[in-house]
Design a protein around this ligand. Sequence first.
Ligand SMILES: [Zn+2]
Length: 66
Amino acid sequence: MAETISKELLEVIACPKCKGEVELSPKGDGLICKRCRLVYEIREGIPIMLIDEAISLEKYQARDGY
Ligand SMILES: [Zn+2]
């Protein structure tokens, strides 16, 4: 799964919770809001920017075995 989103898109996307910046995860499969410690998953190239769908940063990291 190498689908990533463009830098341009990333720049206009904000965390729906705090309206802050999000950053692409190292694997490119999610957008991380460090302030909220939430990860918004990217599915089929589309970031799911929904608070209800977000997973905690801890859970995300545990799942990916960081
Ligand atoms: Zn946030």
